[in-house]
Ligand binder design. Structure first.
Ligand SMILES: [Zn+2]
Ligand SMILES: [Zn+2]
Length: 283
């Protein structure tokens, strides 16, 4: 049975107002663990930890870390990215097989020495730095947020051990396994899924990563600020596709990181379904 961890960190804003209540039912399932900084879970209180400064400085410059400190969001950003680090570590320990990480701030616009778009620290990059210390060598990051993952690209652009496939506004491909796939406006779900099947799946199958990180943004959904024409159900199909790839390629080791998107209804519709897919709960 697949064991799924849900990491619920501090957050701000409207979009996650319905959580964790919207996870009712899922949280009761035997194979689902809930890691939280705030609420009591079945297994008692579990306190998520903020990031260590040592790990932060492995990925980000000290000037950048200091400038995040000045925003007043440092603590929240630290818990937010810390959830991704802990999720990947729990997968590494064998406590869970896959994870969904609720983030208060995004990941993929945070580079070595810059941040933007409410992405202060790059949780996936920090989790990868942490796993590299434990001897894990190869990783894949698939990014279905509407926007280009400039921060993640900045961190891994010269790293041949990280496959980075980003679905955004341009086509690009280099010898360091950095790939961009252009998604035009008014793309249908089927067209999008076909691009993921053609551009991500064969690459990840031949790359053979030990972990897959999925930057899950829903801002390309109809009516969102990055509207590319996708329906809300496209994300559920993406989850099925990416989970199946992780099952085939890396024994199911998949960490899903919540990225862009603003609509509360879309979050409440898609996230529980994505988690159900991860946990194979048949909802
Ligand atoms: Zn975005
Ligand atoms: Zn891109």
């Amino acid at each position: 049975m697949t064991r799924t961890g849900i990491f619920f960190t501090h957050f701000q804003g409207e979009r996650l107002r319905d959580f964790p209540q919207a996870l009712a039912g899922i949280l009761d399932e035997e194979n689902v663990s809930y890691y939280d900084a705030v609420y009591e879970s079945r297994d008692g209180l579990y306190y998520l930890e903020p990031l260590s400064e040592e790990l932060l400085l492995r990925v980000h410059s000290s000037a950048m870390v200091e400038s995040v400190r000045l925003t007043g969001d440092y603590e929240s950003a630290s818990y937010s990215a810390g959830g991704t680090v802990q999720a990947a570590e729990k997968v590494f320990c064998g406590e869970i097989d896959n994870a969904f990480v609720f983030t208060g701030f995004g990941d993929h616009h945070a580079g070595k020495d810059f941040y933007s778009g409410m992405c202060y620290f790059n949780g996936a990059a920090l989790a990868i730095a942490n796993l590299k210390d434990k001897g894990i060598g190869r990783f894949a990051i698939v990014d279905t947020d509407c926007h280009h993952a400039d921060g993640t690209r900045d961190i891994f652009k010269d790293d041949g051990n990280v496959l980075h496939v980003c679905f955004c506004h341009q086509d690009y491909n280099d010898s360091y396994n950095n790939v961009d796939v252009m998604i035009s406006y008014r793309t249908s779900d089927e067209e999008y899924l076909t691009k993921v099947r053609e551009e991500f799946v064969p690459r990840v199958e031949s790359f053979k990563p030990e972990y897959i990180f999925w930057e899950y943004g829903y801002d390309a959904t109809q009516g969102e600020y990055g509207d590319k024409g996708l329906t809300r159900d496209c994300h559920i199909k993406l989850a099925q596709l990416i989970k199946a790839v992780a099952d085939r390629v890396c024994e199911g080791r998949l960490v899903v990181v919540l990225c862009g998107g603003s609509g509360r209804e879309l979050a409440t519709y898609t996230i529980p379904r994505i988690i159900s897919c991860l946990a194979e709960s048949g909802r």
